[in-house]
Design a protein around this ligand. Structure first.
Ligand code: SF4
Length: 480
């Protein structure tokens, strides 16, 4: 195996306009970078183990998950009411509330607010909604300098890459990868990959932007309808600096982030960080209820396809997601293929069910990047039926004629095979014999993508059917 520090960082999926993302091709490249792949797998599995350890410390963990799921279900059933309550209370607190039906409208609203304040620099805390709306690119075209303040997100910005994970955006990079990025972009010492040094470089180069920015932006983990407050959870305190230092604070948040009351917040706060990083709580849980003294605060409530999902009974539960990333940390496909191989803002199990909702054709391969083992559903703190929705997407894609030709041919052939017991048995017997005697290269070749990373199990001596026929059918006939 190549030394981790010498191996080049594998890049993500190649995006070609509206063409379907080839997740398999990008995953193969990630797997080929064996040292990176192993490190990625281990890092995420460590997070999963930490999450399990935290879970076992809380006897009422399953009740908390049930409660969180029920709160979210209830809120989604009365979403319009709670959003209006939030708007009333936030406005009474002196916050300007805006509504955006899609990404374009959201970006325009934010551009207009910045123009009204003649703001040319914006410090931004991590926001997946911002990524979803391509906000940074939009603002940069408008001449606004946008600086990411989250360490992982800043690394990704400097490397011209998207975040590869919703919680740990640069988890696929080694410290040498980061050192190379900082050397190129921040004038850091060549070859110095000490993590403390790298963190200090980031701090020293980002802090002046924060101190002098015209505006600050944060996302929102939760919106509390009862108080009109926005709650942001971070581990670096960068959201607090971004929100409080500049005179203008803009929040961009999806409409599904609402919860009814303050008393519900505790349920989610207890679940969020434990599920995400296996730590009892995030370092900073900030509660923004109004503008700072002499400042202004704007909240942009973004729909961008959420209402459509709300009206779809099958995919509505996806709106309960609190973006903890636990489903990614546990997913064997995500851990081995890296988040950027999905070529979409949301990767891993949650990405498989959200992304095709944004562009079915482009993301039609994603719902197949799963073993359907259900581990994602087991760890999800809000009990989203992830593996069932992944399966439902496969059905939807088949109905919508979005399966690739090879998949269609295979499915049709298998359908005919399963429909005929005689043909099925003959195929099984022939296959079993062939596997016993065929030379290795005829079984493990380009056509057998399943066997590329796995060994086909050895075939049983006899099938259940032949065993049953031998031991029981003859006897049953004799007894008749
Ligand atoms: S689907 Fe569940 S586990 Fe995955 S990010 Fe969302 S809340 Fe977390």
């Amino acid at each position: 195996m190549i030394n981790l520090q010498d191996e080049a960082q594998p890049k993500g999926a190649k995006i070609r306009g509206n063409k379907p993302v080839d997740q398999l091709e990008a995953a193969n490249r990630f797997i080929a970078a064996s040292a990176h792949q192993k490190m990625h797998d281990q890092r995420l599995w460590d997070l999963r183990k930490k999450r399990d350890a935290q879970m076992h410390l809380i006897p009422e963990w399953e009740e908390l998950r049930d409660l969180a799921s029920e709160i979210k279900n209830h809120t989604l059933d009365f979403l319009a009411d709670y959003l209006e309550e939030f708007e009333r209370n936030a406005t009474a607190n002196g916050v300007h509330v805006h509504w955006a039906k899609d990404a374009q409208e959201s970006n325009q609203i934010i551009s207009d607010i910045l123009k009204q304040h003649d703001a040319k620099t914006l410090v931004k805390s991590k926001s997946m909604l911002g990524e979803e709306c391509c906000l940074r690119q939009h603002l940069e075209q408008d001449g606004v300098k946008v600086i990411e303040t989250d360490l992982g997100e800043r690394i990704q910005q400097l490397d011209h890459e998207d975040p590869s994970h919703v919680v740990v955006p640069a988890v696929h990079k080694t410290r040498t990868d980061v050192s190379k990025v900082f050397e190129k972009t921040l004038n850091a010492q060549k070859g110095n990959n000490d993590v403390h040094y790298l963190a200090e470089v980031q701090r020293e180069t980002t802090r002046p932007y924060i101190l002098n920015a015209d505006a600050g932006m944060t996302g929102g983990n939760f919106l509390v309808a009862e108080t009109g407050a926005v709650v942001v959870c971070t581990n670096e305190g960068n959201a607090d600096l971004s929100a409080n230092t500049p005179p203008l604070h803009i929040v961009t948040v999806g409409i599904e982030k609402i919860i009814p009351k303050m008393e519900h917040l505790a349920v989610f706060i207890r679940l969020l960080s434990r599920s995400a990083l296996g730590s009892p709580i995030t370092q900073y849980t900030s509660y923004f209820r109004g503008p700072r003294k002499d400042g202004e605060m704007h909240v942009v409530l973004v729909d961008n396809g959420r209402s459509t999902r709300l009206a779809n009974k099958t995919f509505k539960p996806g709106l309960k997601c609190i973006r903890c990333g636990a489903c990614m940390n546990t997913c064997p496909v995500f851990r081995r293929s890296g988040g950027l191989s999905y070529g979409s803002v949301y990767a891993g199990p949650i990405g498989l069910i959200l992304s095709p909702g944004y562009n079915t054709h482009k993301y039609r391969n994603l719902p197949f990047a799963s073993t359907l083992n259900g581990s994602c559903t087991n760890v999800c703190p809000v009990k989203i039926n992830l593996h069932e929705q992944i399966f439902a997407w496969r059905e939807t894609l088949a109905k919508d004629n979005e399966l690739s030709l090879s998949k269609r041919v295979i499915m049709k052939t298998l359908g005919q095979l399963f429909a005929s017991p005689r043909m099925y048995r003959t195929a099984i017997q022939t296959g079993d014999r062939a596997l016993k005697y065929l030379p290795h290269f005829m079984v493990y070749n380009r056509l057998n993508s399943w066997g590329r990373q796995r060994d086909i199990p050895s075939t049983p001596k006899e099938t259940f059917h032949s065993w049953y026929a031998k031991n029981y059918q003859k006897k049953e006939k004799r007894d008749e």
